[in-house]
Design a protein around this ligand. Structure first.
Ligand SMILES: [Mn+2]
Length: 242
């Protein structure tokens, strides 16, 4: 089975319970995190260790990018919750693994369940040929300039935008997004399902051709996973008080 997991944000206990609940078999099943595995929550290092131990894969989220730019001193930020990651004996290796992650990935279901694109926050309405965009972005050198590039920034941060790719800084629910901005997915006209995270105030939702998996575990919500073959959702309530 292939499982997509929403924003974990350092919620190691919920991540562990989720893997138990779906009876995840490393080597047999495939795990794809939708980005933001780390920061904000109680134990980012444990999340990374568990993710690596089960052979997890992922795409980049804005919190991984913050961590990478802070660690490289390009944009030094305190990031109190990430100090144990930065001080780990294998910090270079752990952060190197995050730096190598792609931004936009297509995962074919092989006829069982829907095919899917995966991106942390969303797609620029001007991106019509996703395969071309994905290979160009993913195959560029993943240096600090790339991490701060417009396309990477868009894919890992957008919630509401205009058709010509202007973004608002709205973080609340989609219905409160103000004109001329609209939720990015309202511009998406592709037929392939796009699975994303990043929008905790929106929570888990299933649209016609998009699906959001960030159900705000770190804010006292839940951790959500989607099984592609069975087109099935599993949720683990948060143990953290909001
Ligand atoms: Mn995010």
């Amino acid at each position: 089975m292939r499982w997509f997991v929403g924003d974990i944000q350092g919620c190691a206990r919920e991540f562990e319970r989720l893997l138990e609940a779906i009876r995840f078999q490393p080597g047999q099943d495939e795990l794809w995190c939708v980005g933001d595995l780390i920061n904000r929550g109680p134990d980012s290092l444990a999340v990374l260790r568990l993710w690596q131990s089960v052979g997890g894969r992922a795409i980049l989220g804005n919190h991984e990018i913050d961590a990478l730019l802070s660690f490289s001193q390009t944009k030094p930020k305190k990031l109190k919750r990430l100090q144990d990651v930065f001080r780990a004996p294998d910090a270079e290796e752990l952060l190197g693994a995050l730096r190598n992650l792609p931004i936009l990935v297509h995962l074919s279901s092989g006829g069982k369940g829907p095919d899917a694109w995966m991106v942390h926050a969303g797609l620029d309405p001007r991106w019509t040929n996703l395969a071309e965009i994905a290979s160009r972005i993913n195959e560029s050198p993943h240096d600090d300039a790339w991490l701060q590039s417009e396309e990477v920034d868009f894919a890992t941060n957008v919630r509401c935008c205009t058709r010509d790719g202007r973004r608002s800084d709205h973080t609340g629910p989609p219905e409160e997004c103000r004109a001329p901005f609209r939720p990015w997915d309202s511009f998406y006209s592709g037929r392939t399902l796009v699975v994303h995270g990043h929008w905790a105030a929106r929570g888990y939702y299933r649209g016609d051709h998009t699906m959001g998996l960030d159900s705000g575990c770190v804010y006292g919500g839940s951790l959500t996973a989607w099984c592609q073959e069975e087109d099935r959702i599993v949720q683990i309530p948060s143990k953290e008080k909001p």
